[in-house]
Design a protein. Structure first.
Length: 590
């Protein structure tokens, strides 16, 4: 154990001397309160310590004690449904112990030491196991089957293993290692947050993360194991978009990291998730969710740790063979914490004061995502998808955090204030956004939804791009100067925007849209466009087509219940044909 003394205090940064024997990233206890900190820089016998709690009251000469271990998280049964702070302290347990306000120096184990879990082994004495092998399971709740893994880099022959009820720290198995020394396995293991958990092989992502959001699934899809960012100005809907992803994505486990955002946004998650039902399991959404809350009124330094805490827990569930989604809101606040600590360390600043290593730190986070073949003899596949919100000041997408993120991620969902002010939600700009997974996912959509999926989406994007070009003409000479075909393009684009891209996140039906319904809804809109073009060629009046009674029904088609829409859409198609024939007939009579 290394003990030093405080030399200097600057906000969350503490410099201590007499720490020559300590290591980088060791966790330390600072002052009489035992504040939790982490060594982030060493110069001789001086250690610069990032303290994760309020440092008021500390003084020169106060003791600093190194624990000799890096910042780690506890991994085991009891993680799901929990809400932790940035360094994995259970907030509910702390509330019961010290009340609604965080008290400095309080330490609580992340996993309940008294709870009993029923362990069912799936190996027997004499079996050889290696790192990543599953030795048994615990039914954590109705949704999550928790698989107990041999820690990476450990191997040997099972000496004993038993079924029964255990706490997370009790021995469930004994293993004789290759060197002849036995070690025990418990339900819990620890892992340093800054070290990525190993895997056997990284695989190309070839399956979409289905979210039930038409903008994401149809226009700009993300793959399981993919990376995405949602940049946008204040009020454009970043948090609601991320809530929708956390609620409705078909990930097995969701890790939601509230990093430096407002406390009321995390409150919304806590209130809504237990009440909402997962469309796959029918159980509460909270039963597959882990929350990491380090809101704007909590210690700045712990924001940086919260991102690593979240991604490490996600890797643990990925190693079980699950599809995991990490939702980080927002990486801008995390970058601001980096900037503050960099300034206090007196490092050379980069653009806008951010540290020069900003891009590499962001890359370290996003590159821990991916679809992988996990360690273990069964060759199971797990996926970790990472979605980060970016909050550029004033919506300036040229600022360093946004630009650094865009160089790393493969999906860009660009939110725009102008669309939000027009009450178009989600306010994703379809002309600026992109997904680099489209080609890779084309085969999956063709096989599981419809072979015309990609052609239909490309046609919709073509119409939207033509609308943007025609808008410039309309601003100069007015809509009446356009040809009937061009005016029909504007009508079709309006229908795509208002009837397809807009989605009600608070609606009972439209909050989630299955892939088949997304395809049929777009097919209905494009059918209206194609049939209207044919009617115009036969002399129909474009103004009368725009005012057809069936347009109202097409506009409300997205709110038809999911088990009734096919019959309704067929009815709308028949009505469209009849009404167009009537318009053509009236034009011929004139």
């Amino acid at each position: 154990m290394v003990e030093g003394k405080i030399l200097k205090i600057s906000g969350p940064l503490v410099v201590a001397e007499g720490m020559r024997s300590a290591n980088m990233f060791d966790v330390v206890r600072v002052g009489d309160y035992g504040l939790i900190g982490e060594i982030i820089e060493m110069h001789g016998d001086r250690a610069s310590i990032q303290v994760y709690e309020e440092t008021a009251g500390l003084g020169r000469g106060d003791k600093v004690v190194s624990t000799g271990a890096p910042l780690s998280v506890e991994l085991g049964p009891g993680l799901v449904t929990q809400i932790y702070d940035g360094i994995q302290r259970p907030l509910e347990t702390m509330f019961k112990k010290v009340g609604p306000n965080l008290v400095r120096g309080v330490e609580e184990p992340a996993l309940d030491r008294d709870a009993k879990w029923h362990f069912v082994p799936c190996v027997k004495s004499g079996d050889r196991v290696t790192g990543g092998d599953i030795i048994g399971t615990v039914q954590e709740n109705e949704v999550v089957l928790h698989k107990i893994l041999v820690p990476p880099r450990r191997s040997g022959v099972i000496e004993s293993i038993s079924e029964g009820d255990f706490t997370v720290t009790e021995k469930v198995a004994s293993v004789k290692a290759d060197d002849g020394v036995s070690f025990t396995l418990e339900l819990m293991q620890k892992w340093p947050v800054r070290v990525p958990r190993p895997y056997a092989e990284k695989l190309p992502p070839n399956e979409p993360l289905v979210t039930g959001q038409r903008n994401f699934d149809s226009m700009f899809p993300i793959a399981k194991g993919g990376t995405a960012c949602i940049p946008g100005p204040f009020g454009s809907g970043k948090t609601v978009c991320q809530h929708q992803l956390a609620k409705w994505s078909d990930a097995d486990i969701v890790i939601y990291v509230g990093c430096g955002e407002r406390g009321n946004e995390m409150t919304d998650v806590l209130r809504e998730f237990p009440e909402l039902k997962d469309p796959r399991s029918g159980q509460s959404l909270m039963k597959r969710t882990v929350l990491i809350a380090n809101t704007s009124d909590m210690p700045v330094a712990a924001r940086e740790a919260s991102i690593y805490t979240g991604i490490t827990i996600a890797e643990y569930f990925r190693d079980m063979g699950y599809s995991v989604a990490v939702i980080a809101d927002s990486t801008s606040r995390w970058a601001e914490a980096l900037r503050e600590m960099s300034g206090r360390l007196e490092e050379m600043p980069g653009e806008e004061g951010y540290p020069a290593y900003l891009t590499s730190r962001l890359a370290q986070f996003y590159e821990r995502a991916g679809m992988v073949r996990c360690l273990g003899a069964d060759g199971r596949v797990g996926a970790l998808s990472a979605v980060g919100a970016v909050s550029p000041q004033g919506g300036d997408l040229s600022e360093p955090v946004t630009q650094a993120t865009l160089r790393i991620v493969k999906v860009f969902w660009g939110l725009e204030a102008a669309l939000a002010y027009r009450r178009h939600f989600p306010a994703i700009n379809w002309l600026n956004s992109y997904s680099l997974y489209k080609d890779r996912l084309n085969d999956w959509f063709s096989e599981h939804v419809n072979k015309n999926w990609r052609a239909q989406i490309d046609e919709a994007m073509r119409i939207l791009q033509l609308e943007a070009e025609l808008d410039e003409v309309v601003k100069l000479v007015g809509v009446d100067a356009l040809s009937p075909d061009d005016r029909m393009i504007l009508e079709a684009a309006r229908s795509i925007r208002e009837d397809f891209l807009q989605q009600d996140s608070f609606g009972d039906i439209d909050c989630y849209c299955p892939l088949e319904k997304q395809y049929d809804l777009m097919k209905l809109i494009l059918s209206f466009y194609e049939k209207s073009k044919a009617a115009i060629a036969r002399g129909a009046d474009v103004d009368k087509i725009a005012d057809l009674p069936v347009r109202e029904k097409i506009g409300r088609a997205k709110t038809v219940p999911h088990d009734q829409y096919k019959a309704a859409f067929a009815e709308y198609e028949a009505e469209l044909d009849a009404e167009l024939e009537q318009v053509i007939k009236e034009a011929a009579e004139q």
